[in-house]
Design a protein around this ligand. Sequence first.
Ligand SMILES: CC(C)(COP(=O)(O)OP(=O)(O)OC[C@H]1O[C@@H](n2cnc3c(N)ncnc32)[C@H](O)[C@@H]1OP(=O)(O)O)[C@@H](O)C(=O)NCCC(=O)NCCS
Length: 168
Amino acid sequence: MYSLTIRREAEADIPAIRELTSRAFVGKPYSKQREAQIVESLRDADALTLSFIVVKGPDVAGHVGAAPVEISDGTPNWYFVGPISVAPEHQGEGVGSLLMERALAELRELGAGGAVALGDPNYYGRFGLANVPDLVYPEYDPQYFMALPLADDAVPTGEVRFPLGFRA
Ligand SMILES: CC(C)(COP(=O)(O)OP(=O)(O)OC[C@H]1O[C@@H](n2cnc3c(N)ncnc32)[C@H](O)[C@@H]1OP(=O)(O)O)[C@@H](O)C(=O)NCCC(=O)NCCS
């Protein structure tokens, strides 16, 4: 039985990240199958603030990224956390939790005011992310948009804009 190791991405991990991200989202109702491209676009735009992988034995089992967002009321230091992807054969092994907990801890370390995420509310809710009425991502189904303040309890008001290269 292999244990899980988490570390920052290295250049050699990029093909495995692309491959597992593509496979993880097949058939998900909140996905347009663009996540692998989103990760690459963020990286190319130098906007991938965090990029962690979990390694299990010979496999890259999971990946999470984070990137800065702009909020229309001018609130600084908020981040998008995601996409988070676990290879189908490694789901349910704790990989996703390890990635989310590390990403949120690192964002706190960076002094982030908060995090937003797009995806399954049942999953992100486990980590405190929740739908918020006054912070919106207009191009997206609101039930799949969530936020979590990290510095205090304040949630900004307005629209979230994603970095260059991001189209969910
Ligand atoms: C969602 C995902 C990241 C979870 O990763 P994972 O490694 O399978 O999750 P973990 O093993 O850490 O599971 C942690 C807990 O979350 C639960 N969980 C997993 N997926 C869940 C979901 N979609 N909704 C609710 N709970 C979920 C697990 O049952 C587990 O519960 P337990 O601790 O009570 O046993 C992974 O399944 C995945 O990549 N899915 C496809 C892509 C995706 O949907 N990404 C996230 C949304 S953008």
